[in-house]
Design a protein around this ligand. Structure first.
Ligand SMILES: [Zn+2]
Length: 220
């Protein structure tokens, strides 16, 4: 059974998991160290007041098992460059939807690692905007666009800057759809492209392969 890892079980991870399950995905690995907080409830719509203090990964796993009969593994930890290979072992694809920029680059680097490139969709949302990018074995990668993580002091997170609840639902759903398409070998606008969601609509920016990018290091 093809296993998909979700990094982040919050505003993006919840609608993404739901969309993946509705699309037929039945094997998951949920990676998130956070517990449900009251401030999450407006956008992380699976969780309710009695869930406050519970691990998000465990609560989302319970939902996927109960409603879809899914095979769900959980890891209550933060993914980073050092543990990505072990945490994602056995997964065919990853949907990265945490608010941790370093995790996004770690997932990208896992996807482009040789000898066998893999599939990942990297998504983010903040304020009234969101974006997602699909990395496949043939596409450009996240580092072709963003060479390296930004300095920590320049980063804003949902916890600080806020995010409009419905935006996360939209972006999480779109990101999951991109992953389903990639796994099925079907075209998707986000493969090798940054798709941005804003109140004005969707904007797609194709990303060319950068010759000096990590994803080209050992490419033939
Ligand atoms: Zn690249």
């Amino acid at each position: 059974m093809t296993r998909v890892a979700l990094v982040g079980c919050g505003g993006l991870g919840v609608p993404a998991a739901w969309t993946l399950a509705l699309g037929g995905q039945r094997a998951f690995r949920l990676i998130d160290a956070d517990v449900v907080e009251e401030s999450n409830l407006h956008r992380q719509v699976l969780y309710t007041t009695p869930d406050i203090g519970l691990l998000k990964a465990a609560r989302l796993a319970e939902f996927l098992r109960a409603h879809f009969g899914a095979d769900v593994q959980t890891a209550a930890t933060r993914l980073d460059a050092a543990n990505a290979e072990a945490l994602l072992d056995g997964c065919a694809a990853v949907l990265e939807g945490s608010d941790d920029a370093l995790a996004k680059f770690a997932v990208n680097d896992w996807a482009v690692a040789q000898p066998r490139r893999r599939t990942a969709v990297i998504a983010a949302a903040i304020g009234r905007r969101g974006q997602w990018f699909a990395v496949t074995p043939e596409s450009s990668c996240y580092r072709c666009l963003f060479e390296a993580p930004p300095p920590p002091e320049s980063l804003s997170t949902c916890a600080v800057a806020g995010v409009l609840g419905p935006v996360t639902g939209q972006v999480g759903g779109y990101a999951a759809r991109a992953l389903l398409h990639a796994l099925a070998g079907q075209p998707d606008a986000a493969v090798g492209a940054l798709v941005r969601f804003s109140p004005r609509g969707l904007l797609r920016t194709p990303v060319a392969v950068a010759a000096d990018c990590l994803c080209q290091l050992h490419a033939c």
